[in-house]
Design a protein around this ligand. Structure first.
Ligand SMILES: O=C(O)C(=O)C[C@]1(C(=O)O)C=C[C@@H](O)C=C1
Length: 355
């Protein structure tokens, strides 16, 4: 080893020693905050402010994304010292929902894989889990109707949102593509990877594509067959001990799924928030225009508008609206009051930091 290399490694050792001390000092401060504050340890508004500040300060060479990932783990470890908590998500293990949980909460939490979106809501409502993570919309597939229907009925609040780039990978027991005779995946994932499959595995017939209940299930099946591969997220490869043969094989690299964090907690303003609402109005010409007019009047930006058939009456609709701002911001509070006067039904689903 050259002298220069030894010197550089000595410098890294010295920095690691400092980092170690600083991390434990940070952990002790978090413990002290945990003893002093009332309520739960998880404060998404504070975490969002920390990330915004770090992104502003970060001069590289580490990317913003890497910095957020590293600090998510640091905060996750500190939070766990304050209070361990459990997050339920749409399972099985190895799904994109699980990736979303780790992206936001880090790995120092307990997770509970649940069999359905209903089951995630039930686990949080009954107190079995402190928070739940459910998909709400995908940039190519659209809204997840079941999540929206349950938001109408539940006493729970939206406490946060997570945006996850959905990257599909081909995985198998080995990386020899020539040995692969069949592929398992969820039909939606097959649809998202058509072009790659045609170009890279042209000898595989459509008949050799076998639908699975979920991507994670596909990975589980491929793990027991040396002639099979699966298309799934990279988390599934970790869970089932598979080799990644190809990454990012989706036709549209911007495919994103948005998840909601649901819980019982009221989230304080972070300075960059969203508020989600569900509303209904009379079924007559111009009613929707009138209903939403207060948003324009109070200069509130709407980031999403989605309608769902109401379960109560045929041809009645519920409108799901996301706006920029927190319900405690003055102009938002005024707009909400005006909306309440116009609507036949209004439910504030939650105010939370924007992803
Ligand atoms: O500031 C707090 O309330 C903390 O508990 C500290 C801390 C952190 O590690 O920075 C940990 C958990 C919270 O979700 C937010 C921040």
């Amino acid at each position: 080893m050259t002298e220069q290399l030894t010197r550089l490694r000595d410098e890294i050792d010295a920095i690691d020693n400092e980092l170690l001390q600083l991390l434990n000092t940070r952990a002790r401060l978090a413990q002290e905050i945990g003893r002093k504050k009332s309520g739960t340890a998880y404060r998404p508004e504070r975490e969002s402010q920390i990330f915004t500040r770090l992104k502003q300060l970060n001069a590289g060479p580490l990317s913003h994304e890497r910095i957020i990932q590293l600090f998510t783990e640091i905060i996750s470890a500190c939070r766990a010292l304050e209070e361990p908590f459990t997050v339920a998500y749409l399972g099985p293990q190895g799904t994109f929902s699980e990736e979303a949980v780790t992206k936001r909460f880090g790995s120092a939490i307990n997770t509970l894989a649940s069999s359905s979106i209903d089951d995630v809501f039930r686990k949080v409502e009954s107190g079995t889990a402190h928070y739940g993570v459910v998909p709400v919309e995908n940039s190519t597939e659209g809204a997840v109707g079941r999540t929206m229907d349950l938001l109408l009925q539940t006493p729970l609040k939206i406490c946060g949102e997570i945006e996850l780039s959905v990257h599909q990978c081909l995985m198998a027991q080995h990386s020899e593509l020539t040995k692969i005779k069949k592929i398992y995946s969820h039909p939606q994932s097959f649809a998202q990877c058509q072009k790659w499959l045609k170009e890279n595995l042209p000898n595989l017939h459509v008949m050799d594509r076998i639908d699975a209940a979920s991507n994670a299930d596909a990975a589980r099946l491929a793990a027991s067959d040396p002639h099979a591969a699966a298309i799934a997220g990279k988390k599934a490869a970790e869970v089932f001990g598979l080799t990644l043969c190809a990454r990012n094989i989706e036709d549209n690299p911007n495919n994103t799924t948005r998840f909601l964090i649901i819980g019982t907690q009221h989230i304080a303003p972070s300075g960059k928030d969203k508020t989600s609402l569900a509303m209904a109005t009379n079924n007559r010409p111009g009613a929707v225009h009138e209903l939403l007019a207060p948003l324009a009047h109070h200069r509130v930006s709407m980031t999403r508008l989605e309608s769902r058939p109401s379960r109560a009456n045929l041809w009645d609709y519920v409108f799901f609206v996301d706006i920029e701002g927190h319900q405690e911001d003055e102009h938002i509070a005024k707009a909400l009051q005006a909306l309440r006067n116009n609507a036949t039904f209004l439910k504030i689903l939650g105010s939370y930091p924007a992803a």
